[in-house]
Design a protein around this ligand. Structure first.
Ligand code: SF4
Ligand code: SF4
Ligand code: SF4
Length: 312
């Protein structure tokens, strides 16, 4: 008997859904074992049912529920609660779902400031009032899924590599537990490390790294952090390279920006990074782009003053 799967996107960019579709031919393998009963990116299932009352959402029951995106407004919360009610297992897919991700950058600002900025720009007239009818109310802050509902499986990544999605689905179908790697991006990185204390100061994030020739293998290039580039590999969960393992950004000689979130689900990526820099003798106040440490990392959720308690 096939396993019923429901999928939902909340405050998401759809990149995580692209990762599901990017399973390519393996999606056909998955479809032999899985029955997608609800997945808005692939099929048009009406929230309210064709004959529903138009007031209560109706997501079919499923064995597994995959949710991408963070929670930003009342509608996201309603859908997340309905998914939790209808699905036996909930997977948070992607860093927005597991940690708040890029949308949680909004937590640097109050909702009033965000709405003011959105509806009243330098090139528009100031509206008499902000539109409200039919628009879901913003939550007080942009939340990770587990701040509002129980999450059974965390699969961070922005987006997670299709190999990670496939391996997670297969493990679930085979009834195997899905363990976090417990390792950092550095663990999969082939660059040359000479050890702590080699770094004297940080260069601007966008400066190119030093290497001898475009075809020089990565295992001949010096670690980007030791070159003074702000690479967050040491505090970021491994796995973004999929089964090939080489971290995606590093394979393009670009520093890791931390998009897979902390190594441990409840880790503090920002503080760990600041500690790592300090232990290398880098004065935090001397960082050329100290705010980009937040902006370009999965640590955006740390902008929130305080994580809220689960409501359901
Ligand atoms: S985790 Fe990344 S790819 Fe997935 S929805 Fe969020 S921003 Fe998009
Ligand atoms: S800090 Fe970056 S470049 Fe250096 S080993 Fe870690 S991931 Fe690789
Ligand atoms: S190297 Fe870092 S920023 Fe790049 S994809 Fe991997 S985890 Fe994300």
């Amino acid at each position: 008997m096939s396993v019923k799967v429901a999928e939902e996107w909340l405050n998401a960019c759809s990149g995580c859904e692209i990762s599901i579709v990017d399973l390519g031919e393996r999606l056909l393998q998955v479809l032999e074992l899985v029955d997608f009963v609800h997945i808005p990116v692939l099929m048009d299932h009406k929230y309210y049912g064709q004959l529903g009352d138009g007031k209560h959402i109706d997501i079919p029951e499923a064995d597994v529920g995959i949710i991408t995106g963070s929670l930003r407004n009342a509608e996201h919360l309603e859908v997340a609660l309905e998914m939790r009610k209808k699905c036996k297992i909930i997977i948070g897919l992607g860093t927005c779902a597991t940690h708040g991700g890029i949308p949680a950058l909004a937590n640097s600002y109050h909702n009033d400031e965000i709405l003011e900025r959105y509806y009243s720009t330098e090139t528009t007239d100031k509206p008499e009032s902000l539109p409200g009818d039919g628009i879901p109310k913003l939550l007080d802050s942009c939340c990770a899924l587990d701040e509002k509902i129980k999450v059974d499986v965390y699969l961070p990544g922005c987006p997670p590599h299709p190999d990670q999605v496939f391996n997670a689905l297969v493990a679930l179908l085979e009834g195997r537990p899905l363990e976090a790697t417990g390792k950092s991006v550095c663990n999969d990185c082939p660059t040359v490390r000479e050890g702590k204390g080699q770094m004297k100061q940080l260069r601007r994030f966008l400066q190119p790294p030093h290497y001898n020739a475009p075809d020089e293998p990565l295992n001949k290039m010096r670690c980007l952090l030791e070159q003074g580039l702000l690479c967050m590999g040491s505090v970021t969960r491994s796995g973004c390279g999929g089964d090939k393992s080489i971290p995606r950004c590093i394979s393009a000689r670009v520093p890791c920006r931390g998009c897979s979130g902390p190594v441990k689900q409840d880790g503090n990526q920002l503080l760990d990074m600041l500690n790592g820099l300090a232990s290398n003798g880098i004065e935090i106040s001397s960082l050329p782009e100290s705010t980009s440490l937040l902006r370009f990392s999965g640590a955006h959720h740390l902008l929130r003053p305080k994580r809220k308690q689960k409501e359901a």
